[in-house]
Design a protein around this ligand. Structure first.
Ligand SMILES: [Zn+2]
Length: 263
């Protein structure tokens, strides 16, 4: 009986959880970060496989991949040391590091391994590249592909999901493992995204005839399954997802913040 192994491009996922991005837009707080529950994500993906009629016992190995800059002591002082490094850039870099550390910590709490979490030391030229949006993170994609392919080849009766927005990795997977559509599936965001880059990705996914269809995390049904919180609902009027500190009483229908305030 097969298990489900999961490989996450953490950099992409973090972006999708950001304010105004795919997952946040499925909630009634699109201007806030989407708080993803990795344990719930695992359960949702396991259900997704079983819903296709496959037998899958439980979760196998899980990896999250991203890179997190190692910031040196005295990093705060860099604007005084390097001519074109600003305090704002320093703050931005620190915030990005913090968000990635938080993402990895919550993944680890749900059993994810961090072998493919990289800690490159920050350099002043990298700060400049980041400011000009010329910095390219390369190791993450290739690590996710390598881990996925190793798992798929060695555990052929298992299922393997790659959490990514980059369908360009699939041809590489196919080269190493031609029958990958049999037990590999993609977890991504929906084609309805306004960003043309995403749209293209989603369209190219359609070119592959997966036995297990893609899991679209930002469908409202999916977003409800993976949002952090003990009491997560969908608004009965608009379908948006929200989390409540307490359960909605049985006598009331769940309504999002906007539709609650109208009553
Ligand atoms: Zn609503």
């Amino acid at each position: 009986m097969g298990q489900l192994n999961i490989f996450i491009d953490g950099t992409w996922l973090l972006y999708q959880c950001g304010a105004g991005a795919g997952l946040a837009n499925a909630t009634d707080q699109p201007a806030s970060r989407f708080l993803l529950d990795f344990g719930k994500l695992n359960s949702a993906l396991l259900r997704h496989v079983r819903d296709t009629g496959r037998v899958c016992s439980d979760i196998g190995e899980c990896y999250v991949s991203t890179s997190i800059f190692e910031l040196p002591p005295g990093f705060d002082d860099w604007p005084n040391q390097f001519e074109d490094v600003t305090a704002e850039q320093i703050e931005k870099t620190q915030r990005a590091v913090r968000l990635r550390e938080e993402l990895v910590a919550s993944a680890v709490a749900a059993g994810y391994r961090t072998d493919a979490v990289y800690k490159p030391p920050i350099k002043d030229y990298i700060i400049r590249k980041l400011a000009e949006r010329r910095y390219q993170e390369k190791q993450v994609d290739t690590s996710v592909v390598a881990l996925l392919v190793r798992s798929a080849i060695t555990k052929t009766s298992d299922f393997h999901s790659v959490v990514t927005g980059d369908a360009d990795i699939l041809p590489a997977v196919r080269v190493a493992y031609p029958e990958f559509t049999r037990n590999v599936f993609v977890t991504t965001t929906h084609p309805d995204e306004l960003n043309p880059e995403h749209r293209q990705t989603a369209f190219s996914l359609v070119d592959f005839a997966f036995d297990v269809p893609p899991f679209y995390m930002n469908n409202k049904e999916s977003a409800q399954q993976i949002l952090h919180g003990a009491h997560v609902y969908r608004c009965e009027e608009c379908g948006l997802v929200f989390s409540m500190p307490r359960p909605v009483p049985r006598s009331q229908r769940p309504r999002c913040v906007r539709h609650r305030s109208r009553r």
